[in-house]
Write a protein that binds this ligand. Structure first.
Ligand code: AMP
Ligand code: ZN
Length: 466
């Protein structure tokens, strides 16, 4: 297995710390708003890595946090807590907001066929661990109290910028986003581990601690949750590329200072999903969520298919034209797979040959686009019987998870899909009543393009899916 390791800036052979066991940590969502499809692209990338490792026989334990406290408006430590701002806006408590958006997040996660991590832990469940770590960092002299808060002193490390390879002078205030002036800090690159003197009286969640009543900084959460659940040596830590600095840089600093040795060998980062205005982001207000795509009649797995056709380390620009083509290609492929006749004996030679080719692609820095092309090659291969083809695709599906062998009625997507189709059927019925046959026909044609045939009966309209 090879993939790009941000820490060493190259594609490397993966060797876990403890033989066959893999500890894998993914930064989870900040649950102050709906996740957008950029966030979901990131989790699809992580899902492929997770499933590839399992596919080739590793015993993976995957952990993900849910950020429900401490992620301030800026990724460094200024601005109000994102959760607090959202709770105020929606007139709800922070924990209600967290629950609502966590549930919404997992609904999208499931609809995209992402395997849920073995352990999902909200940041607010692990306060004792952060207090333990911060106390030790203070004791060892890596942290200091100032202006009511506890900060990490980056000047104590020889190689604070090991992950980014940044030069110290590129990181001064004003040169880069995420580095802001704070007169409580010894060095401007220092970051907060614990806030007591919040600039915002309204901070709702606070805990007692030896450093005063307060709340943890965002970075310590991921280090704490990872070490608590996966131990002192972590194999893979992942996130989006925007997490490299300052979040992951700070995680390395505090974890290695706390543990007294190297912590994580492989850093895995997904490139962003962009729209016409730049990086899709929750904070700039306008973004697309998976439910918007579903409301517009798209199958969530068309979006997964679209993501898998591009490489996780390339920026991907989202357009509806692109999604239309992805959906049409996806449904055509699914149609072909579903029309395979389950006939003949399993040919183990063919099965192994295709499986090996598949493994070559996905273990080569997760080349999912080539893995999909292999399915087209397989479908065209006249020397292989239908049963063997189906079994080969069933095997690939353990990683790709595109429901290629599942008729839609049985898939996890069925309910949302059904609702969206029924809405369109209603609009078509209204149009027919008003004798607007152009609109009625265009709805029927649009659905047909998506693999849905409408059937008008005396009892009403139903539909048939691919
Ligand atoms: P957040 O909920 O903002 O903490 O983000 C959750 C994850 O999504 C993080 O790991 C981010 O790096 C990632 N992310 C944020 N925006 C994008 C984007 N436009 N494309 C891909 N990943 C993103
Ligand atoms: Zn994190």
């Amino acid at each position: 297995m090879k993939f790009y390791n941000t820490l060493n800036r190259k594609i490397e052979e993966f060797i876990p710390h403890y033989e066959n066991k893999v500890g894998f940590y993914t930064c989870g969502p900040t649950v102050y708003h709906y996740a957008h499809i950029g966030n979901m692209r990131n989790y699809i990338g992580h899902d492929i890595l997770d499933k590839t490792l399992r596919y080739i026989g590793y015993d993976v334990t995957r952990v993900m946090n849910i950020t429900d406290v401490g992620h301030l408006k800026s990724d460094s430590d200024s601005g109000e807590d994102k959760m607090v701002t959202s709770a105020k806006k929606e007139h709800k408590s922070v924990l209600d907001i967290a629950k609502f958006y966590t549930d919404a997040f997992f609904k999208d996660f499931d609809a995209l066929n992402c395997r849920r991590p073995d352990i999902v832990s909200p940041a607010t469940d692990n306060i004792d661990m952060y207090i333990e770590m911060i106390s030790k960092l203070l004791e060892k002299g890596y942290a200091y109290k100032s202006g009511g808060n506890v900060y990490f002193d980056v000047s104590r490390l020889a190689d604070y910028y090991q992950l980014t390879n940044h030069k110290e002078d590129e990181m001064v205030v004003g040169v880069r986003d995420g580095v802001e002036y704070d007169d409580s800090k010894r060095n401007q690159a220092d970051f907060a581990l614990w806030f007591t003197k919040s600039k915002f009286e309204s901070q709702e969640l606070k805990w007692d601690s030896p450093f005063g009543v307060g709340y943890p900084g965002w970075h310590i959460e991921c280090s704490g949750i990872s070490i608590k659940n996966l131990g002192e040596y972590l194999d893979i830590h992942g996130g989006g590329v925007d997490n490299i600095f300052p979040h992951h840089t700070n995680e390395i600093a505090q974890s290695e200072a706390y543990l007294g040795h190297k912590w994580c060998d492989y850093w895995f980062h997904n490139e962003h999903l962009m729209d016409e205005t730049g990086k899709m982001s929750k904070s700039n207000g306008t973004f697309l969520s998976l439910s918007t795509l579903i409301e517009k009649g798209y199958n969530p797995l068309s979006f997964r298919f679209m993501c898998l056709n591009s490489h996780y380390r390339k920026q991907m620009v989202f357009t509806f034209d692109g999604l239309d083509s992805a959906q049409s290609a996806y449904l055509k492929l699914k149609n072909k797979v579903l029309s395979l006749k389950d006939e003949g004996e399993l040919s183990e030679g063919d099965f192994d040959e295709y499986k090996n080719r598949f493994i070559d692609y996905i273990t080569n820095d997760l080349n999912t686009a080539n893995a999909i092309t292999l399915i087209y090659d397989l479908l065209k291969d006249d020397t292989i019987n239908g049963h063997t083809k189906i079994e080969i695709i069933r095997s690939f599906e353990k990683v790709l998870s595109l429901d290629l062998l599942i008729k839609n009625e049985e898939s996890s997507f069925a309910r949302e899909d059904h609702d969206a189709i029924m809405k369109l059927i209603e609009t078509r019925n209204e149009a027919k009543k008003k004798k607007d046959y152009d609109l009625a026909d265009s709805i029927r044609d649009e659905l047909l393009k998506k693999g849905i045939t409408l059937i008008d009966t005396r009892e009403g309209t139903t539909y048939k899916e691919v």
